[in-house]
Design a protein around this ligand. Sequence first.
Ligand SMILES: O=c1ccn([C@@H]2O[C@H](COP(=O)(O)O)[C@@H](O)[C@H]2O)c(=O)[nH]1
Length: 235
Amino acid sequence: MTSQYDPKIIVPLDYANAATAMQFVGRVDPSLCRLKVGKELFTAEGPRFVEQLIKTGFDVFLDLKFHDIPNTVAQACKAAANLGVWMVNIHALGGRKMMETTREALSGLSQRPLLIGVTILTSMDATQLAEVGLNPDPAAMVGRLAALAKDCGLDGVVCSAQEAAQLKAQHGADFKLVTPGIRPADAGLDDQSRVMTPEAAIQAGSDYLVIGRPITRADDPVAALMRIRDAIAQN
Ligand SMILES: O=c1ccn([C@@H]2O[C@H](COP(=O)(O)O)[C@@H](O)[C@H]2O)c(=O)[nH]1
């Protein structure tokens, strides 16, 4: 399930269809990056495309952020595991019962994906958190949800790199931190709020950097990926 390489960059294939996604995938290999399939591409192309990517040797993060009643989420994650994905995620806001039930459902499998809890989306800032009735301090909310996710046996969390140093200090090296909202210094924010540069994210303790538009919308996506790899000095 995990390739022999350990690239830290996960590139989200946020494309409308498989043909467009393959224009990028066909130019890279599993030693350079991992791949993420999210809601847009999965809805367009379905599980067979995910299996096809895995067959080419890539570690695939299925980023569907499941958030539902415990049984529904647990069974969805089992279905994802059966595809052979490397990583799958669920919303920590779904609560203890949902996370524990899912963790237990995966525990009997011979090859199980990493189970990751989404804390607070990197697009959310204090104003947006307050508007939905949550603690407006993102670091406090993320800290609370990460502690709950760890207590429920999850392998790590999705958070902003801005919270990475705090979470590594609290939960140790083995608790994986997956950080979207990564922006090179010269890139625009798009719809992200809690951002960090690739270099600073590594320094803060991020295990995996999810980097989309700065790579996928670049004139030359592979050159953009290689520049970021160089910046974080990954062999
Ligand atoms: O909190 C989260 C959780 C997931 N994402 C996903 O990561 C990528 C980020 O893409 P960019 O183009 O680099 O902004 C995207 O697929 C999101 O669905 C996130 O951004 N924040």
